[in-house]
Design a protein around this ligand. Structure first.
Ligand code: PMV
Length: 306
């Protein structure tokens, strides 16, 4: 039996702007993960089972499915026909809610294929393979999701550049919540694209302001100035709201966090529902999680990011 995994991810700053070449900052969430186990198949066919999505696929049947696409790419990269394997997926990552579930699934499955083949591809190549799957199914992804789930470190990312890993001086106490299912990333990204084409004088300055915030946030993170990181999160959220990608529930959670003394909060990911991140003061992660629960906003994860 082989076992491979990949973590969830969250975007701390810069979503949407990153699609247009501006920087973004993201981190892996180790408390949420996608695990793929593999064992020799009993019927000589490769079978992928994903109980969370109710899928049971034979790889020789549905070539259009992202998991089968990822499995085929892995075979090509490994330059061998893999033995018939029974793959089972077990994931705690919420689907379509800004947690990078698709990228984590591809990364974990390709890693599992590497273990079946007994070959380890360089991380750079694994990253490229996951990006190809993302691109095939999500249109024009910036590439931030694959970088985070493959390299598994907080990073500052800008399209076309090598990622800059961020060593967080102080741990970052973060709570993540899910505010309904988010809209498909592709739909929200396309909406922003069309509005940017129609109203460049309104949309471009917002994306540029998000970039300024992201650059300031990188310096604040490196300096361990979490109070300033929090302020910048609120500012980034206001801009995303103005950009028209937030939802009323996400706005309410951000307002609740602010009114209750969180250092910062913002929506995360593509939006129109989905994820909200809350940055708490050091040592108050557990208390703040309880407050959120009591208000009807149960956290999906709560961890000190390092
Ligand atoms: O919601 P997610 O995890 O798919 O994140 C989307 C982030 C965007 O910046 C909106 C798109 C992208 O490709 O970076």
């Amino acid at each position: 039996m082989i076992r491979a995994s990949a973590p969830a991810k969250a975007i701390l700053f810069g979503e949407h702007a990153v699609v247009y070449g501006h920087p973004a900052i993201a981190f892996p969430i180790h408390g949420l993960c996608c695990e793929v186990t593999g064992a020799k198949s009993s019927d000589e066919r490769t079978h992928i089972i994903a109980p969370e999505t109710g899928e049971s696929l034979y790889v020789d049947e549905d070539f259009e499915h992202p998991l089968i696409f990822a499995w085929k790419l892995a075979q090509e990269a490994l330059e061998q026909e893999l033995p018939a394997t029974h793959f089972q997926i077990c994931s705690t990552i919420p689907i379509a809610a800004g947690f990078g579930s698709g990228a984590a699934l591809s990364a974990a499955l390709i890693r599992a294929c590497q273990l079946v083949a007994g070959i380890e591809l360089p991380l750079k190549q694994l990253n490229q393979l996951v990006y190809v799957v993302e691109k095939h199914y999500h249109g024009n992804p910036s590439g931030i999701d694959n970088h985070v789930v493959v390299f598994q470190r907080p990073l500052y990312f800008q399209r076309g550049n090598a990622p800059e890993f961020i060593n967080l001086k102080a741990g970052m106490p973060i709570i993540g919540l899910r505010c309904g299912g988010g809209a498909p990333t592709r739909t929200v990204v396309e909406d922003v694209r069309l509005r940017r084409l129609a109203y460049p004088d309104q949309i471009n300055p917002m994306l540029e302001s998000i970039a300024v915030i992201t650059k300031a946030a990188k310096e604040a993170l490196l300096a361990g100035d979490m109070a300033y990181v929090g302020e910048l999160m609120y500012e980034n959220h206001s801009l995303l709201k103005k950009l028209g990608v937030s939802s009323s529930t996400q706005d309410r959670v951000v307002e609740f966090a602010c009114a209750n003394g969180a250092l910062g909060a913002k929506m995360s990911g593509a939006g129109w529902g989905g994820q909200v991140l809350v940055l708490t003061a050091p040592g108050s992660l557990a208390d703040f999680s309880k407050k959120l629960c009591a208000a009807g906003y149960p956290p999906v994860f709560s961890e000190v990011i390092v």
